[in-house]
Design a protein. Structure first.
Length: 186
């Protein structure tokens, strides 16, 4: 069994996986086929699961432990809300829609900026403020939350505890059932 990852390791791994999918999408720019649609769906699924887990555990920890954590968490939540609106729009588009590629480009730019902010500012500050044990515990909570998180954007859903922790697993169950029935994210 591998050693438990801390929260930064878990989230950076997620960032790299999404960036890989972005690179693949960029190589497909202008294509209008099923592979593009499936990859776009997978990107949204991964981003939503990641964001829900961060909102449930990472940002509350930032508020609690990092000096100046409240405005930092608020900024990250605002970026999540913007990206979630973009994902909602993207979810309604097909690759042959005129707005599909510009919307995908906007999402990639939003996420890349968000990742830079987290990795260059938030994560170093969190590492400095928390013990290794706290970081590993957060990593475990993030991984658990991703397993039950929604897979579709819900821009009007709560993004702060306790409401998000109560509602996300139910929305996640409904989303995963819808995904199975529609074949989304195969």
């Amino acid at each position: 069994m591998s050693e438990q990852q801390d929260v930064v390791e878990v989230l950076v791994t997620d960032h790299r996986e999404v960036e890989e999918m972005f690179g693949e999408l960029e190589r497909m720019t202008g294509r209008y086929d099923e592979k593009v649609k499936l990859l776009a769906e997978q990107v949204v699924i991964e981003l939503v699961r990641h964001a829900v887990a961060e909102e449930a555990y990472l940002y509350p920890a930032v508020r609690e432990h990092v000096p100046g954590g409240d405005p930092l968490a608020d900024k990250e939540l605002a970026e999540h809300a913007e990206a979630e609106r973009t994902m909602k729009k993207l979810e309604e588009l097909q690759p042959d829609d005129e707005a599909f590629w510009p919307t995908m480009d906007r999402l990639m730019a939003e996420i890349r900026q968000h990742v830079r902010d987290e990795e260059n500012d938030l994560f170093p500050r969190l590492r400095q403020a928390c013990s290794e044990e706290q970081l590993k515990e957060l990593g475990e909570k993030i991984q658990r939350a991703k397993k039950t998180a929604p897979t579709r954007p819900h821009p009007s859903a709560p993004d702060k505890p306790p409401a998000n922790k109560l509602l996300a697993p139910g929305a996640g169950l409904v989303d995963r059932l819808r995904d199975v029935l529609t074949g989304r994210g195969r």
